[in-house]
Design a protein around this ligand. Sequence first.
Ligand code: ZN
Length: 460
Amino acid sequence: MTDSTPTPLANAPLAFDLLLRDAIFLTADPEQAECRGWCLGISDGCITWFDREPPVHYTARRELRLPGHFVTPGFVNPHVHSILSMVRGVAVDLGFAPSYTPGIPKGTEVNPEQARALARLGALEAMLFGSTLVGDNFVHADTSTEAMLELGLRLAPSWRIHDVDFARVAHGEWNYDSAIGERTLGAGLALYERWKDHQRVYVNLAAHAADTCSNGFLATIAQEAQKRDLVVSTHLGQSQVEVERVRERTGKTSVQVLEEAGLLNHRLMGGHCIYLTPDDLSRMARAGAHAVHIPKCNITSGRMANTPAILRAGVNMALATDTQHGDMVELMRWALNTARVQEGGVSDEFQPRHVFHMATMGGAKALGLEHLIGSIEVGKRADLVLFDANRPHLVPHVNPLGNLVHTGQGRDVSMVIVDGEIVVEQGRPAKVDMEQVCAEAEAACRQLWGAHGKQYWQPH
Ligand SMILES: [Zn+2]
């Protein structure tokens, strides 16, 4: 057979499950960042065609003409605690992370049924606003993983692993108990065993923080992660409390403690990264560790990570919504504008493309999934978000990415696709009943707050 002899299949039509046409694609691929009016074909959950025109011969089960729409990669939101939607509207005004705050419901009080309801609420909100991957971490991770999968999301779940007695932390006591460590790490590893073969689930080990895990326990987590090549997620430089507790216990910084434990490497995702020294940042960069920037949570409690310093140290940055509401579009704006406050003006290092990268490829890299997701490229999984950009605040389309980052919002999302499956259509979930999700979460919150004797919050 010579090159000029057509194979029997050469003229056979390409078969797509879904074909998207006439949209403006914002790809997060620096080689071709913006592709106007291109055509994207999906087969078997994968992007199999991306070009100016469709193939000459093709079939498509569904073909969408999308003039005036922006299509982006799905947002990768790697640090979320969906269950903490239970303290929405309250915890944010009490000064610090919910797990450390007295007088409000705690993870230790949540039963599996409540966890299911709350996880679905938090994850649904993130998905409706364009997160296609949610890295959820908390107690009852097994139940909440099942619950969130019902929505159609890609997940990077983890159990909250610690050996401190969390019930006492809110009262200022850090007591380490090996039985708690064994139980939480065991639960984290069981979660991995249960889901390791699922196509949309990538379990990681969440060592809660350097102050809530003792040194020996951190080393054990490092060994278990290395054996299985698992990502380890942690809260890193989240608070002065963490910094002081770790220094009291070890005389070192959290980054140094993680390094000694064998956790500082390319598999580590550090959430927050507020209280880090220049030396900490160099250590993270050398090790290839990743920073998860959580601007909205940090700033609403009056703190900011030094993102220009993190960027210049050469540390990969992801973006995450954490316990705040799950809008990654709004979050890009927070990340961009706070960096500009820190820089004292507009610079070439903080432009819309940089925060868009954090929200997509940055998160994919942090999870070791950059070969699968994070950008629009042939061969990657079809995780995509469609924005209806015909709305007045997104017109004119002179610079679509500038529009999206500066004036867009999660509520502009019209469709979300995960693994080629439409999971949000016309702004509503395709696989679950939205009103039911909200009602069940409301009921769970009434029970949890009721146990604290205050069904409704009354600020004093
Ligand atoms: Zn967190």
